[in-house]
Design a protein around this ligand. Structure first.
Ligand code: 0PR
Length: 359
């Protein structure tokens, strides 16, 4: 095969990034292992315990349990599945902020559960009163997002957890993207801050592990039992994962990235990414665009369609929010000089000229 993967040097839209060199090496070493069969592959199975212990340390979970999933989609589906198994009704529902990731739509479809979508406020965080109004005795799960896909916002997690438990429902936090930056902020988002039951936190996003490495964490191991099916012909008796055969690459690279970066490397990366986001936001504002304040390392700005298209045709990989704003995710591979060259292109007359078209 002659194809080579494309470089990251113009990628501003991705929530994945170059793995840390140690994570890359570990992924290659464990590529052919299958943590789905711990009886045959005990080394990678033991590494998965280390990976979950690591994720537990990052998220304030005292007795960590969970597994390394294929990504945030699987982890979110499994969290909904746990909640559906726990609730005693034929017509369960899940209360989800409108900022929730589309993987919850897949979960609802697959699991035959009603999604109750709740609006966000002017700051793109979930409207708590609307959550309370949406909950009833059939509510299995209340979801909060800690680092939303479009604006990087953190919902009021402690309030959501309280409301969920008062109603006898579980509370899930989707920190798929935010989980590796939030430890260095003042947000209340993790297991030690609130009585949340399950969490998605993806090493293959800000964690700098290789794809595929998502994380599902549960407050107590019994919650995982809701997912377990018997595995009669394997040496182990039950399996809680959604996929059967899984690559050990994600597991090994999660541990390698953690050993290389926790906590100082991740902290430094957060500082760099946030400084880049703040710089880009200020620069775009200086150019006259409306910018959504980057409270985490993700910038959204109202850039006209013509400008957006001109930047894409210059090779910039950029994406849009549902409202049509330009969205730039300041991942570890996004450097200040990349952003400077992006802004140079944005400010070039041929690109800016097209800005007359309204958004
Ligand atoms: N939860 C949140 C908050 C997310 O942002 C995402 C993905 C998921 C769950 C689902 O995770 P997986 O994609 O790992 O299943 N957010 C990005 C998105 O869908 C993912 C992404 C990654 C997009 C790389 C582009 C890309 O190049 O927009």
């Amino acid at each position: 095969m002659r194809a080579k993967p494309q470089s990251f040097d113009r990628v501003l839209s991705s929530m994945c990034t170059e793995p840390h060199p140690d994570a890359r090496e570990a992924a290659l070493q464990f590529l052919a292992t299958n943590p789905g069969d711990p009886g045959t592959y005990p080394t990678v199975a033991a590494l998965e315990d280390d990976a979950i212990t690591a994720l537990g340390e990052i998220t304030g979970l005292e007795e960590p349990a969970g597994y390394i999933a294929s990504g945030g989609t699987e982890a979110n589906i499994q969290a909904v599945r746990i909640a559906r198994e726990r609730v005693n009704t034929p017509t369960p529902n899940v209360v989800l902020p409108e900022s929730g990731h589309f993987s919850f739509r897949k979960a609802a479809d697959l699991l035959g559960i009603e999604l109750r979508i709740v609006p966000t406020d002017e700051n793109h965080r979930v409207d708590i009163d609307a959550v309370s109004e949406s909950i009833d005795e059939d509510t299995a799960l209340v979801v909060g997002v800690a680092g939303t896909t479009e604006y990087g916002r953190v919902d009021p997690i402690p309030e959501l957890a309280r409301i969920a438990h008062d109603a006898g429902a579980l509370c899930h936090v989707d920190a798929a993207w935010g989980g590796f930056v939030l430890p260095f902020t003042d947000y209340q988002w993790n297991f030690s801050h609130a009585r949340i039951d399950t969490m998605t936190i993806d090493p293959h996003k800000m964690g700098q592990a290789a794809v595929p490495a998502g994380g599902l964490l549960v407050r107590e191991a019994a919650l995982l039992d809701e997912l377990a099916v018997d595995t009669p012909y394997l040496e182990t008796t039950a399996q809680a994962t959604l996929t059967g055969t899984r690559s050990g690459a994600g597991v090994a690279s999660t541990v390698a990235a953690f050993e290389a970066l926790w906590p100082d490397g991740y902290a430094a990366q957060y500082e760099r990414s946030q400084a880049n986001a703040d710089w880009l936001a200020a620069t775009l504002e200086g150019l006259g665009y409306d910018v959504v304040e980057p409270t985490l390392p993700l910038v959204a700005a109202a850039v006209p369609t013509g400008t957006f298209d001109a930047l894409r045709s210059k090779g910039w990989r950029i994406s849009r929010t549902g409202n049509g704003e330009l969205r730039v995710v300041c991942m570890p591979h996004v450097t200040r000089s990349m952003l400077e060259s992006f802004v140079d292109d944005l400010a070039a007359p041929t690109v800016r000229e097209r800005s007359s078209a309204p958004l």
